[in-house]
Design a protein around this ligand. Sequence first.
Ligand code: SF4
Length: 379
Amino acid sequence: MSRGGLYVHLPFCPYVCPYCDFAKWPLRHSQAKRYLDALDAEIAHAPAFEADTLFFGGGTPNTYAPADVATLVERLRHRFAPAGFLEASIEMNPDPNLCTETVFAAYRDAGIDRVSFGVQSFVPSELATLGRRHSPGDVATAVARARAAGIANVSLDLIFGTPLQTTASWRASLEAAVALAPDHLSTYGLTIEEHTPFADWYARSPEDFASNDLEGDLYALAIETLVAAGFEHYEISNFARSGKRCAHNANYWANGDYLGLGVGAASYRDGVRTVHTKDLAMYCDAALAGHVIPGDDERLEGAERLGEAVMLALRTLEGVDVVSFARRYRVDFHSFYRPVLADLHASGTLEITPERVRLTPRGRFVANDVCGAFVTYAG
Ligand code: SF4
C-alpha cells in the first residue's frame, strides 16, 4: 500500500483575488454542499493509502463551517489514518468572521494542529492591490485566537513582487510578520498567471510590476530578515523555527507519495503523477457517480523521474543526499549528471561534495534555471 501525504482541496472563496489561478470559485452554498458530497464519494472510492499528514488547501478552506471540516477530518482519518495524522494543516483566510474562537476550537478538537494564514502583506495599500479584504490587525487577531485555542503551529504566507511594492514596504511586512512570532513563514514571489486580471494589468503597464532585479532584492531581504530573526531557511520559499518545518511539504520535496482529493488535486503514487480535472461540475458528477475522476496521468520514468526528484530535493536546505539517491534510484548521481554538475559548479550556483549537492546562496536566486537543467537532462 502506498503511504505519504494526503491533500484535500476545498475550492470555495469568499471573494476571488485578481492574481489567482488556483482551482477556486466564489462561494455558493448549494455548490459547496454538493462538493462535500462529492468529496465523500471520492473518499469512499479512493485507492488504499496510508496517510501520515493531512493538508487542506484551497480555495479558502475556512469558508466551510467548522463542523463540516471536523466531519471531513474524521472521515479522512477513518479511511486513511486510523492511528491519527502526524500533522494536520489547514489554509485559512485571516478574516475575523472566518477565524472565530469557535472555528479554532472545532479545528483543535478535530485534530488540526497547524494553521496557515494567507496574509500576503501587512501593508494596507498592498492588500487592496491584491484584492484582499482583511486588515493587518485581522491577522494579529486570528493568530491570537489560534494560539488561545491551543493550535501549536502557526504559519503565515507572504507575497513579494506585488505591483508598486518597495523594499521599504516589504521590510515593513516582514517585520510585522516576525512580530507575531509565527512558527513558520512562506514567502512567494508574485507570478503573473494567464487569464487573470493581473495578466491584463501587466499587459497594459508592465512597469507597475517588480523587475527581476527588484524581485531579487526583495527575496534577499526576506532571507536576511527572517534568518536574523532566528528562522531556518529550509526550502527556497519556506522558513521555520526549529522543529516547525511543514512535514506535509517535506514529503513532497523528498519525492514521497501523496494522494490528492478534490477538484484539480494532484497525486503521486508509485511513480505515476495524476491530476484531477479542474472542471468543478465534471469533478462532482464523476465523484458522485462513483466513476474515475477525469484528468491526466503520466508515469515518470528514467531520466524524467530522476530529474523530478533532483528538482524537488534541490529546493531544500539539505539538497540531494547522493548516497540515498543511489540507493533509491540505482544511479550514481555524480556520474550520471557529470556535465550538468560541471556547468553549474562553474556558474557558482551549486555546492558539490561527494555526499551532497545543494544550491549555493547565489543558486537560490536562480533556482528555476538550476533545477531546469536537471529536469531537461536526458543522460
Ligand atoms: S488567492 Fe486564495 S483566497 Fe484569493 S482567490 Fe485564490 S484561493 Fe481564493
